[in-house]
Design a protein. Structure first.
Length: 296
């Protein structure tokens, strides 16, 4: 049985840990509110932009073909993995790593065997993980320190330039989508080449109007397509940012609860140890008194 000093030391240590986890939960909750507001504002814009581009492409038909929609034999692949800069968020980061591993095994096993799968890591945890496992493209460990569209745009432009130059035949994103505080879902989405958006049945019949485009359809598609790709990646990063704070908040809440349960157990152990020590002292006193009385 541990001594009273050892049990007191453990109680003090657990109490300190519990205070830290409480503070981290409160910080994550404050950051989550801002991150949740950002992604809720971004989703309608991203969806509407994709819808406009899809409708325009469908109406234009084969007259307008974007360079980002070129379908090629998939020989070289770029996987963009979005994680966090810090840990203590439960299985948040490991779920992304599992998602990347799964998509490589299921879709790009031949390319991986040939060494033609490259990784772009957004977030320090992804950088540390993939730096030891394959060719790493770019360094975007600074994105979350000052999260903005401009910082994410650099990563999107590098992926887009690589696709246009033929360095990659396909680009996919793996990230955590924010559902709520307790739920984050790993998503795998194809960024490049663009997948044509299919209009609902009968949509062309109702929208087949003689539109006047200003500037031309080609110019509109040429301008909207890169913007849409950058917004898609930015949206994925915002989803991941909100998911990170939700996962950390949940993890710290569970850690605080576990610390409370451990404290109860340690205090019970402390009381039992203290009672045993008192009982032993009483027995020693009684035994000494009886021995003294017997010697008289």
């Amino acid at each position: 049985m541990a001594s009273l000093k050892e049990v007191r030391s453990r109680i003090t240590s657990v109490q300190s840990t519990q205070q830290i986890t409480k503070a981290m939960k409160m910080v994550a909750a404050a950051k989550l509110r801002r991150a949740q507001d950002n992604i809720l504002r971004m989703r309608p814009y991203a969806q509407r932009l994709n819808s406009i581009l899809g409708n325009l492409t469908a109406l234009a038909g084969e007259e307008v073909v974007s360079e980002y929609a070129e379908q090629r034999e998939v020989r070289r692949v770029l996987i963009i993995a979005v994680t966090s800069d810090r840990g203590l968020a439960g299985a948040f980061n490991s779920n992304v790593f599992k998602g990347v591993t799964a998509v490589v095994q299921e879709r790009y096993a031949a390319q991986a065997a040939a060494g033609n799968v490259a990784y772009m890591a957004i977030g320090k945890k992804a950088h540390d993980f993939f730096n030891r496992r394959g060719p790493l493209v770019g360094n975007y460990t600074h994105v979350f320190s000052k999260l903005s569209f401009d910082t994410v745009r650099e990563a999107a432009e590098q992926a887009m330039d690589g696709f246009r130059a033929g360095q990659y035949d396909e680009v996919v994103m793996v990230y955590n989508e924010f559902k709520n505080v307790a739920t984050q879902v790993v998503r795998t989405e194809q960024l490049l080449p663009l997948v044509p958006a299919a209009l609902p049945a009968g949509a062309l019949a109702t929208t087949n109007v003689d539109y006047i485009f200003e500037p031309s359809k080609e110019e509109i598609v040429r301008t909207l397509t890169p913007q849409s790709l950058k917004v898609q990646l930015y949206k994925a990063v915002l989803e991941s940012n909100a998911s990170e704070h939700g996962a950390r908040m949940t993890a710290m809440e569970k850690a605080t609860e576990n610390a409370g349960e451990l404290l109860k157990s340690l205090k019970l152990t402390y009381n039992r140890t203290r009672q045993a020590a008192i009982t032993t002292e009483i027995l020693e006193i009684v035994g000494g008194a009886e021995a003294l009385a017997a010697s008289r």
